[in-house]
Write a protein of this length. Structure first.
Length: 366
């Protein structure tokens, strides 16, 4: 194996895939990247057995071949070289030699045949969606995913497709985020897959903020998304996601509207003196006024008021302030509409002029 390229051309694919490589591995080869040199150029692959990333680069191929090298060391070498430096990479006596100017590095290798890779994912459905839309969909829901919950199916995001929509749903049992985007998915049958947390976070990092297409393929056990120059493949969580429709409050007679940014700032000020562990605040809703109160074990108290559009009976209810602020941050638009039923029922947060994104937060006893 031998190829020549510029420092930035090699650094770019290595940086793109190295994030998936865990620092502590049970299998030594998983700390490595697979370098494959063919007539098509260089392909760099990283995996943790759950998520696989393959990035491509055009290089001057002199000899084809494939091998694996330590991921972090290769990244650090590429970063340390001067910009626009010319690099020659070749196999020499079982080690990978990297030459650039007067610098020379020799890295240990492991056989490419031992590297676990996902080839065929048995595609059942494929469609295209713009990277910008997919990125927005994920960023508006990802914060509600559970972390290391024993209910393993909550440690990820539900992606649901029907004929005209792509929907993302995430919940940790205390709150729920749901968002829809229009997408020409094709077939009419509804399909649901659960993408694991790490896959969601990697995908969020990779997706661009432009309208170029992301090709999405759903397999029996995998999700694959192909972007310009990089291919993302993730295992799916084998489990049954909760029936989220039953969690979304129906009805609710206490509805108020407020300026989204001002409400977020009011909550943020009160949160300063909330209990650091439970992050609870009390909301007191009266005609055209919302009072936000918080206290902590040191007997410190905060109280703030905000004008809102509300006509109805008085209500006092407690919430985790972080959950409310996360939902307000994810929404767009100047105004927010919040629907409440009583002190023991969840609230529904959404934009007054859009049903695309909806957020549900369970109340707290304070």
């Amino acid at each position: 194996m031998k190829f020549e390229t510029l420092r930035d051309t090699l650094l770019s694919p290595v940086q793109a895939v190295v994030g998936v490589v865990e620092r502590r591995q049970t299998m030594p080869i998983l700390a490595n990247l697979l370098l494959s040199v063919s007539d098509a150029g260089l392909a760099v692959t990283g995996t943790d057995m759950e998520v696989e990333l393959v990035a491509n680069a055009a290089v001057d191929v002199q000899e084809k071949g494939e091998l694996t090298v330590p991921a972090r060391k290769l990244l650090d070498i590429c970063r340390s070289l001067p910009e626009a430096a010319k690099i020659t990479v070749y196999l020499d006596k079982g080690k990978l030699s990297i030459r650039s100017g007067k610098s020379r590095f020799s890295l240990t290798t492991l056989p490419a045949a031992d590297f676990p890779s996902v080839e065929d994912i048995n595609v059942q459905r494929g469609f295209k969606v713009s990277q910008k839309l997919l990125r927005e969909l994920i960023s508006r829901t990802a914060f509600s995913m559970a972390q290391q919950d024993v209910r393993y199916y909550l440690n990820g995001m539900l992606l649901e497709t029907d004929e005209k929509h792509l929907r993302a749903v995430a919940t940790d049992g205390h709150r729920l985020a749901l968002c829809d985007v229009s997408a020409s998915v094709g077939e009419s049958a509804v399909q649901q897959v659960i993408l694991p947390r790490k896959g969601v976070l990697e995908l969020q990092r990779l997706l661009g903020d432009d309208d170029t297409d992301a090709a999405v393929e759903l397999g029996t056990n995998h999700l694959r998304i192909t972007l310009p120059g990089i291919r993302f493949t993730s295992k799916l969580i084998d489990g049954r996601f909760p029936e989220y429709d039953r969690v979304i409050p129906k009805g609710g007679d206490k509805i108020f509207s407020a300026n989204r940014q001002m409400l977020k700032e009011t909550l943020g000020r009160a949160a300063i003196l909330s209990n650091e562990k439970y992050r609870g605040v009390r909301l007191q809703l009266t005609t055209n006024q919302l009072k936000v109160m918080a206290h902590n074990p040191e007997q410190e108290e905060a109280e703030d008021e905000l004008e809102v559009a509300y006509q109805g009976p008085e209500l006092e209810i407690g919430f985790n302030v972080t959950y409310l602020m996360d939902a307000l941050s994810a929404l767009e638009g100047e105004q927010v509409r919040i629907t409440l039923t009583d002190a023991n029922s969840s609230c529904l947060i959404r934009s007054p002029d859009s049903e695309e994104c909806r957020y549900v937060v369970m109340p707290m006893r304070l």
